[in-house]
Design a protein around this ligand. Structure first.
Ligand SMILES: [Cu+2]
Length: 219
């Protein structure tokens, strides 16, 4: 092979690599899921609050990755696939999660302790809890920047796909509240290695906004 031909081939390979990298960065940077803004209320004492009504499912059953585990949010009477939510600053955020997935368990038992909620507890199926057996969580709802961590207990046997519109379908109901401070954007994520079929359960949906993590825009 002549030197000029070798140079041409190296240059072509380099160009393909650079173009591929540029496409990856542009697509990744421009990914901007819809921000859901739940309605807010103001009490007679001036306390602003809002309600995040969420669900976790073992397989989302639509979109690009139908088999992936996911969080959804109830908005305008429908379950919406978005994990970017806007809430008011200096307010109380009431959260309800319908948990439809089976248990995976935690590698770090520290995450099975409830932290950062109003009262330091959550109400799970009507029972107030502070801690659970680390083998039980299916997912967690955690905002490290706010010191919030809520383990979500799995159900014994999940159905795939879960029928989220049928409230009689077996699920755990988890209720808790937390407070926001000054405006900022924080990230939230699940800490249970729940991504079956991915390395150590932490790939795929665990590292993709729209499934097991997202952003909370505090405004
Ligand atoms: Cu998860």
């Amino acid at each position: 092979m002549s030197v000029s031909r070798k140079l041409f081939m190296v240059g072509a390979a380099l160009l393909i690599g650079i173009v591929g990298l540029a496409i990856y960065v542009v697509v990744w940077l421009s990914y901007n899921p819809e921000t859901i803004v739940p309605p807010t209320t103001t009490s007679s004492t001036g306390q602003v609050s809002t309600h995040l009504f969420l669900a976790t499912t073992g397989s989302i059953n639509f979109g690009t990755h139908p088999s992936w585990v996911a969080y959804l949010i109830r908005h305008d009477g429908k379950w919406v696939s978005s994990t970017v939510w806007q809430v008011p600053a200096h307010s109380v955020i009431h959260v309800t999660i319908w948990e439809y997935d089976s248990e995976t368990g935690l590698r770090n038992p520290f995450i099975s302790m409830v932290r950062g909620t109003v009262g330091g507890t959550v109400v799970e199926n009507g029972k107030t809890i502070k801690y659970m057996n680390p083998n039980l969580p299916a997912h967690s709802f955690s905002i490290p920047e706010l010191g919030l961590n809520v383990p979500l207990e799995g159900i014994p046997e999940a159905t795939y796909p879960a029928d989220l519109d049928n409230p009689h379908n077996t699920h755990m109901t988890i209720n808790f509240s937390f407070k926001t401070g000054a405006p900022e954007t924080v990230h939230w994520q699940c800490f249970v290695p729940c991504a079956a079929e991915y390395l150590f359960g932490n790939g795929g949906p665990m590292q993709t906004v729209g499934y097991m993590d997202g952003y909370l825009k505090i405004v």
